[in-house]
Design a protein around this ligand. Structure first.
Ligand code: CDP
Ligand code: CDP
Length: 208
């Protein structure tokens, strides 16, 4: 078995996790959602009343325990915001870097995030950059969290603005910003369901 490393990056709610998980299952590789690391650090800080804008998250990042990543309450708007704030801190990113590299060093893996193809695994065997319009992504996140529940135009607009604000924060930070690696293959998914995205990605992996 080769130690294949596949990097899946892209903006919020583009379908990175869905694709990375399905690819990992198809290729019999471990899967790592690196967003959970930043979310778990943010949650630890909020629990201690530490403001991620003004206080360091380094200690929380160093002390992260595996069970911190398994919580069901990491995907809430408060943690979306706090995670993308704490993710701007260089010391937090450094503290989490080796953990991400160690994860895939022995076995390979499919790893999703923002800087996997650019910083964490610049030598990844395959790099995918998954994206879709902010509107599509807002609708996906709404459906993912609330199923068919109605969404007013005002609520959709707010969701689009939240997603765009987080993209802006992720793409404009000084350290490891969200950007497509030069050698990453772009997957525009507005008109593709998750199954179609998986098929495209699998053919990219097979043809690498
Ligand atoms: O990990 P990321 O935030 O990029 O997105 P996700 O949690 O994998 O996907 C967000 C939602 O979009 C999920 O409910 C997926 O089922 C859905 N979706 C998708 O992942 N890919 C598509 N092409 C279409 C929808
Ligand atoms: O699932 P979604 O795309 O909404 O977010 P996520 O992947 O769970 O990431 C949450 C936040 O963590 C992002 O907005 C980024 O600020 C940060 N993050 C990062 O900076 N680098 C990564 N490799 C993964 C996430």
């Amino acid at each position: 078995m080769t130690r294949l490393i596949i990097a899946v990056d892209g903006p919020a709610a583009a379908g990175k996790g869905t694709l990375a998980k399905a690819l990992a299952a198809s290729l019999n590789l471990p899967y790592l959602d690196t967003g959970l690391l930043y979310r778990a650090v943010a949650r630890q800080m909020l629990l201690k009343n530490l403001d991620p804008v003004t206080e360091s998250g380094e200690e929380a990042a160093r002390n992260l325990q595996p069970q911190d990543l398994l919580r069901q309450d990491l995907r809430v708007p408060e943690i979306d915001r706090a995670a993308s704030t704490v993710a701007t801190q260089p010391l937090v990113r450094t503290a989490l870097l080796q953990r991400q590299r160690d994860f895939a060093a022995a076995t390979g893996g499919v790893v999703d995030g923002r800087d996997i193809g650019t910083v964490v695994f610049p030598q990844a065997d395959v790099k995918l950059f998954v994206t879709a319009s902010a509107r599509t992504r807002a609708l996906r996140r709404h459906y993912q969290l609330h199923g068919d529940a109605t969404l007013s135009d005002v609520a959709l607009q707010r969701l689009i603005e939240e997603i765009e604000a987080r993209d802006q924060k992720d793409a404009s930070r000084a350290v490891s910003p969200l950007r497509r690696a030069e050698d990453a293959i772009l997957l525009e998914t507005d008109d593709l369901d998750a199954g179609a995205v998986l098929q495209k990605a699998l053919s990219i992996v097979r043809n690498r």
